[in-house]
Design a protein around this ligand. Structure first.
Ligand code: GDG
Length: 482
């Protein structure tokens, strides 16, 4: 059977679904967790396109199939490559470097070799499904070589790349032994999108300082292997949430009742604080718990009048730094509960599992204070989801200034999570500020997110891709557009 071709092709490390074997032994596909999938799933439901990605299991890939209105094209990744390309180079080399080296980065040449090999495989799969002149939208740090690899094979397609995580300052990026190869890989694109302007600038600076490229404003000039000169644009397009869909879900009677039920099952405390994160060292969970514990120790907060619910979705459990984090978090949870809980009334509810969307919406709705305290985060969708679910204008958002979200959610209670005293004061302000003032802040936050939702983000990205500087110009002059 001939491969189907599409005018829009998405490539991301993971497909948006996980295989679950149903009770009748047949394959069922359930939505996989994480920020990228949450965002792109709603974008792709409004567009006819193909999604190229890994299906999440080692070895042979399932045949391409249609699911949830999309054409899914699985790319095989072997067991060794899961260790080297995914857990190794993506999550132990790039992830720490791109997040301020919160934990040390590890460099291994074998990991790099497999990263390259898997990127080649993704590029081939993209070329298989891309129609002539298609738009190819590549996602994230796992696929930074794909733009150039696609261009080598297909000069007819338009290539864009979006980074969901921060792009590091040049001093950190410079540590990467393969930094020039990564810059080269990315410059295969026509357009590069980043969460913050600072990320785009970091990239431009790296291209100039480390690789001697000419940059001007938001553009870099590059020469392709065939000698043609192109201009690549790098700018900020901040991601957002499906405001309409989530707002609608949060207003359903089932979700509203569930929110009341959760609150009642917590013993109707005066204040419920909530954290929702993948269990990742970038999310500042330890800092948040430390601040909460100190507020209990000094008697500023008392359990059971106040309680804290922390959902910590399991993540990257085979990577040592994540296992270490889990063990530290769980020790702290045990200590806090051992000291401050009453029978049947824990001071801290720690939930190491994932929940359906409806349950998340109910949790957001019942929480008086949402704690979003990352040490570094590309955007943080949880902050935007929380305000989207607060159609009652209730609640208060504590937001770290080290998230991309902070740049346009300045009406939140802003914190520096490294400053534990400051974090404690901000948590108390979020609890004690006059409710009318808090409602004003929440209304402003909701307006901001509703006017800049995920569809706006996707439209902006695709328009930027469309308008990106023109095709190769063999005279050596810069492209047609700035
Ligand atoms: C990366 C960047 C950037 C979490 N637990 C459950 C669940 N989730 C959902 C949340 C949210 C998503 O996962 C997490 O998104 P974040 O943005 O908070 O974080 P990352 O996974 O690190 O995402 C990040 C993002 O990409 C998008 O560009 O914002 O900076 O690191 O949507 O609600 N969803 C469900 N059950 C859970 O238990 N249903």
């Amino acid at each position: 059977m001939a491969t189907r071709k599409f005018d829009l092709v998405i490539a991301a490390n993971r497909l948006p679904v996980d295989r679950v074997v149903g009770p009748d032994g047949r394959n069922e596909w359930h939505r996989s967790p994480g920020g990228l999938v949450t965002a792109m799933d709603s974008v792709m439901r409004h567009r006819d396109g193909a999604w190229v990605g890994w299906a999440g299991e080692a070895g042979e890939a399932p045949a391409p199939f249609a699911e949830a209105g999309m054409w899914l094209h699985p790319v095989p990744v072997s067991r060794e490559e899961i260790t080297s390309y995914y857990e190794g180079f993506s999550n132990e080399t790039l992830w720490p470097i791109y997040h301020d080296v919160i934990v040390p980065a590890h460099f291994h040449r074998e990991w790099w070799a497999d990263y390259r090999a898997v990127n080649e495989r993704f590029a081939e799969a993209v070329c298989d499904v891309a129609a002539p002149g298609a738009k190819v939208w590549i996602h994230d740090y796992q696929l930074q070589l794909v733009p150039a690899l696609v261009r080598e094979r297909r000069s007819d397609v338009r290539i864009g790349w979006f980074n969901h995580i921060p792009f590091p300052p040049v001093e950190l990026f410079a540590q990467l032994p393969w930094r020039s190869r990564i810059i080269e890989g990315l410059l295969g694109a026509d357009y590069l999108g980043f969460q913050r302007q600072a990320d785009a600038q970091n990239f431009l600076r790296a291209a100039r300082q480390l690789d001697g490229r000419t940059t001007k404003g938001e553009t870099v000039t590059t020469t392709d292997p065939d000698g043609s000169v192109r201009v690549v644009r790098a700018s900020a397009v901040p991601i957002s949430v499906d405001y309409e869909g989530l707002d609608e879900l949060a207003r359903t009677p089932a979700v509203e009742q569930r929110a009341e039920q959760i609150r009642a099952s917590l013993g109707d405390p005066e204040v419920v604080m909530l954290g929702v994160d993948r269990l990742d060292y970038t999310k500042g969970i330890r800092h948040r718990l430390k601040a909460y514990e100190e507020l209990l120790v000094d008697g500023t907060l008392r359990s059971p009048e106040v309680t804290f619910v922390q959902v910590a979705t399991p993540s990257r459990e085979r990577v040592a730094a994540y296992r270490q984090l889990r063990s530290e978090v769980e020790t702290t949870v045990g200590r806090i509960n051992g000291t401050y809980s009453a029978i049947g009334r824990p001071a801290l509810h720690y939930l190491h599992r994932s929940y359906p969307r409806e349950e998340m919406a109910a949790l957001f709705q019942m929480a008086d204070v949402m704690l979003v305290t990352p040490l570094r985060d590309g955007m943080n969708l949880v902050a935007k989801e929380y305000v989207t679910c607060r159609h009652d204008d209730g609640g208060a958002l504590v937001l770290s200034e080290f998230t991309g979200a902070w740049h346009h959610m300045k009406q939140a209670f802003v914190c520096n999570p490294h400053d534990i005293e400051g974090l404690k004061l901000t948590m108390m302000r979020a609890i004690e500020t006059d409710p009318r003032q808090k409602r004003r802040q929440m209304r402003a936050l909701r307006r901001q997110v509703s006017e800049n939702d995920v569809q706006t983000w996707a439209d902006r990205f695709l328009t930027n891709l469309e308008l990106a500087p023109e095709r190769p110009d063999r005279t050596g002059a810069k492209g047609a557009r700035p």
